[in-house]
Design a protein around this ligand. Structure first.
Ligand SMILES: C[S@@+](CC[C@H](N)C(=O)[O-])C[C@H]1O[C@@H](n2cnc3c(N)ncnc32)[C@H](O)[C@@H]1O
Length: 402
């Protein structure tokens, strides 16, 4: 339908806001036939701004089943011509990303930035542990370091050895396969528990599923698992398809049932019911938020008349709360008593240790004195023997006495 050169000319004309140039590009392009020209004109007529026209052109190209990157360029132009840019004004992470024209390559979809901000902002400037699977050229590790700050522990993982060489020297990069649960567990043991895991690895179904199955239970309480590029769940090349069993998106949909586990027959899943505080679906991203949940229960408040059986009456509830408070008070008193006893035992032990040290000192002094005394006795014996020997030698020299 359209070639790169014509599209470029069209988008530049739209950016200039010159309808004459747009018309000229459509008329003069040798890549377009009359049907294409009519399709493009119809698309452009549906919008009244350059941004809207660029977007409509993208829709038309996409609708015609053309190469994705041409539609991508239209949507990109639409965004920067005003279709989305104002929405991201004030998003500091996007500002970092969009103004970074040098340095290591960084590869993100632009609509991810509000999602990052929504889930990551609360971790900024804190002592958090972050794992990103998929390092590529190291650009995203640079971005996360800038965003989260120097206190954060940031670990990158890639299957490609080169990831370590291309990353900044102060970044931790581990080489391994995200489909290997043992490898993932070892990362959690070495650097975790992680507060954030970003899966931007291979985007294959098993890679995403194994990573989520392994890493979610190992997240810190309050942690987040963010899986990117989930659109592969719809792509043939990744064995995807709408509603197709085995895709990551289908795996996530099943998690909706798990989250509602208390309202279904059967046992409650201790991870996927009790620990998933939230499951958020966005275009191409799924976020699983981990937080220990209390068991859900319904409550009626207001006039006591409404607290009807079979629920506990207000009286029952008051007794229950009083019973709980008494039990808590008893537990606190017991732990205070135990702490006191522990302190006493520690003091007694310290005193015994001091006494033992004093006895040991005394023993050492006595031992030294005994050795000294032994040495003195031995010297005396030697002196006596020497003297006796000398007398005997003198006697022998004089010869026998008459
Ligand atoms: C999309 S790129 C990562 C982009 C990077 N996060 C960024 O934002 O610039 C995907 C990376 O995942 C890596 N990868 C592919 N399969 C993997 C696997 N099984 N385990 C770990 N990493 C894998 C690739 O080598 C590649 O570098």
């Amino acid at each position: 339908m359209i070639d790169e050169a014509t599209l470029k000319e069209l988008l530049l004309a739209l950016a200039r806001g010159s309808h004459d140039d747009v018309e000229r590009a459509i008329t003069n392009s040798e890549a377009l036939d009359d049907d294409d020209r009519s399709l493009i004109r119809t698309a452009l007529d549906t919008a009244d701004s350059s941004a809207g026209m660029a977007r409509a052109l993208g829709d038309a190209i996409r609708g015609a089943g053309e190469i994705d990157f041409l539609a991508n360029e239209c949507y990109r132009a639409a965004f920067y011509l005003g279709d989305g840019l104002p929405d991201l004004r004030g998003n500091t992470l996007f500002e970092f990303f969009s103004t970074r024209r040098t340095g290591r390559v960084l590869d993100k979809w632009v609509h991810y930035f509000p999602v990052y901000t929504e889930h990551f902002e609360r971790f900024r400037g804190r002592d958090v542990r972050i794992l990103e699977i998929g390092v590529y050229r190291g650009g995203s590790l640079d971005m996360w370091r800038w965003y989260f700050g120097p206190q954060a522990t940031i670990v990158g993982v890639d299957i490609d050895e080169r990831a370590r060489e291309v990353s900044a020297p102060d970044h931790v990069v581990e080489i391994g396969d995200q489909t290997d649960p043992e490898f993932l567990r070892s990362l959690s043991e070495k650097y975790g528990p992680f507060d954030i895991v970003i899966d931007d690895g291979g985007h294959e179904m098993q890679q995403q599923i194994i990573t989520a199955e392994t890493m979610f239970p190992l997240l810190a309480d309050g942690g987040v698992l963010l899986t990117e590029d989930c659109h592969t769940s719809y792509w043939d090349a990744y064995q995807g398809g709408t509603g197709r069993p085995g895709t990551f998106i289908e795996w996530c949909k099943a998690k909706v049932d798990d989250i509602n586990g208390y309202h279904r027959a059967g046992p409650v899943d201790r991870v996927w019911t009790d620990m998933v505080a939230g499951l958020s679906f966005y275009d191409s991203i799924v976020v699983l938020r981990k937080e220990r949940r209390f068991a859900p229960f319904a409550e009626q408040v207001g006039h006591a008349e409404f607290l009807l059986l079979p629920r506990f009456t207000a009286q029952h509830l008051t007794e229950l709360v009083a019973g709980r408070d008494a039990a808590v008070a008893q537990r606190d008193a017991l732990s205070r008593q135990q702490a006191q006893e522990r302190q006493e035992v520690a003091a007694e032990r310290a005193q015994l240790q001091a006494e033992l040290a004093a006895v040991q000192d005394e023993l050492a002094t006595l031992r030294a004195a005994a050795e000294q005394a032994d040495a003195t006795d031995t010297a005396q014996v030697v002196r006596d023997l020497t003297r006796a020997a000398a007398t005997r030698i003198t006697g022998l020299r004089r010869g026998p006495q008459d």
